[in-house]
Write a protein that binds this ligand. Structure first.
Ligand code: GUN
Ligand code: ZN
Length: 449
């Protein structure tokens, strides 16, 4: 039978050209040089929102004779769009608020700010700011907390639809231990609202829904139970469970007081059916061995939030524990804005290095760039669609500027390879590290030199 696949008309295609880097395996668990593909002069051909082809320019270009729409990036590195595995867009209005402890900071700044998201207009303005900020930093997918109100979820997804970004978000479930202005009226009503928002948004275009109990202390056992049931019923359709876990000592003590029947903080989530392969746990700084094993056994992912952990004086994430070879977890990077101090996943890598060094471990650019791209996609169980530059993947791409300013350009000449250059960039932490951002093949951000 004649097949009816029509060869793409090269004239209708577009492409980008430059050095490219994409991971193929986890460098925490495999020899590093077997984990990535680096192409010095790559051509990446895009069609209908996906990567159609990628390869060496000299070999690939002759196969697309009509392809003239090629944007060339010199002194740059093309990577998959960055992935932020944990953020609160609703905290953008209070980022950089001088804190004390996590719990005090939540009471003093976070809860009053999130209360304002009852207003759709307020929420829409914050969503606009947040998307502008993250897209200019090369982030194309994020796993994001809204807050109690449906308006805060709708505003986020509506803005995401405008850009056609692949985003994960959901209503936050929180029915105790927070001000009445933010508290859910009842466990039943809150989970019904979450379910109706899930039906509205999950799988609409590129949007994905998460069930989000804020953390164990702000949910009654009944709310956790209903959240677990909702998650369990829909995890097979790609719905997520997103929460905080083991961030700081004071928080952990509080959880043990509230749930004395549970052996550990992780055990609280297990008891209510909140652990699973689409469960993403933010922080995991102070984790007992039996918790790591439990998280591994349930297939949970972890979001490492270094700038937030430093800013709030929380615990220190131990990647070598999370990646222990006999029970490794998927780990991704996260800004955790507004505990985090900026919107850049690349800048988190500089902070992650320092957090590791405080404990006598380093974190090189091979491993950290993995966490920011494919590692994040694996954490979100989306590695078949995003997080690497391969034919068939969604064309979400960040172009890193390897010469964002005069000094950095000069410093780069003393580097021996691309990973040393990336280390310099993430350590210096320029705000201008991204040249361009593509979402589903469309350029949504561009910075002229
Ligand atoms: N734990 C519970 N809520 C929050 C929050 O909003 N930020 C951080 N960093 N930790 C939390
Ligand atoms: Zn958080």
């Amino acid at each position: 039978m004649k097949n009816n696949i029509i060869p793409p008309d090269s004239a209708s295609l577009k492409a980008i050209r430059g050095m490219s880097l994409s991971f193929t395996a986890d460098p925490f668990l495999n020899p590093q040089d077997k984990c990535y593909t680096l192409i010095e002069d790559a051509l990446i051909v895009m069609s209908e929102g996906r990567i159609l082809d990628i390869g060496n320019y000299a070999e690939l270009a002759p196969r697309y004779p009509g392809l003239t729409n090629i944007t060339r990036y010199d002194d740059a590195l093309i990577i998959p769009g960055l992935i932020d595995c944990h953020a609160h867009y609703v905290q953008s209005p209070m980022i950089a608020s001088c804190g004390d402890t996590l719990l005090e900071w939540l009471e003093r700044y976070t809860f009053p700010t999130e209360s304002k998201f009852r207003s759709k207009d307020f929420a829409a303005a914050a969503a606009r700011q947040w998307f502008g900020a993250v897209l200019s930093q090369g982030t194309t997918t994020a796993n994001v907390f809204a807050t109690t109100f449906a308006e805060s979820v709708d505003a986020f997804f509506e803005e995401s639809e405008r850009y056609n970004t692949r985003m994960i978000c959901g209503k936050v479930l929180q029915d105790r231990n927070l001000p009445p202005s933010l508290r859910d009226a009842s466990a039943e009503e809150s989970v019904e609202l979450a379910e109706s928002l899930m039906k509205k948004w999950h799988g609409r275009g590129r949007q994905l829904y998460a069930v989000i109990p804020r953390f164990a202390p702000t949910s009654t056992p009944r709310q956790l139970e209903l959240a677990g049931r909702l998650y369990g019923a829909h995890v097979g359709e790609g719905v997520y469970l997103h929460t905080h876990l083991d961030e700081a000592e004071g928080e952990i003590e509080w959880v043990k007081e509230l749930f004395p029947e549970c052996r550990t903080y992780t055990d609280v989530y297990r008891r209510y059916g909140l652990l699973g392969k689409r469960s993403v746990m933010a922080h995991c700084c102070v984790v007992e061995e039996e918790e790591w094993r439990m998280l591994h056994d349930f297939g949970c992912g972890v979001a490492h939030c270094p700038s937030s952990n430093l800013f709030l004086g929380d615990g220190e994430f131990r990647y070598w524990e999370a990646k222990q070879a006999d029970r490794p977890l998927n780990v991704g990077m996260a800004t955790d804005v507004g505990g985090g101090t900026n919107f850049s996943v690349l800048r988190q890598l500089g902070e992650a290095y320092k957090v590791a060094m405080l404990q006598g471990r380093n974190l090189d650019a091979v491993r950290s760039l993995f966490l920011a791209t494919r590692g994040g996609a694996e954490t979100l169980r989306l590695a078949d669609r995003i997080g690497s530059l391969e034919p068939g993947m969604e064309a979400d791409i960040a172009v890193i500027d390897l010469a964002p300013d005069e000094f950095t350009a000069w410093r780069m000449q003393f580097c021996e390879d691309i990973f040393q250059r990336l280390f310099v960039l993430t350590t210096l932490g320029s705000d201008r590290m991204i040249r361009a951002t593509y979402v589903a093949g469309e350029r949504v951000f561009n910075r002229e030199r």
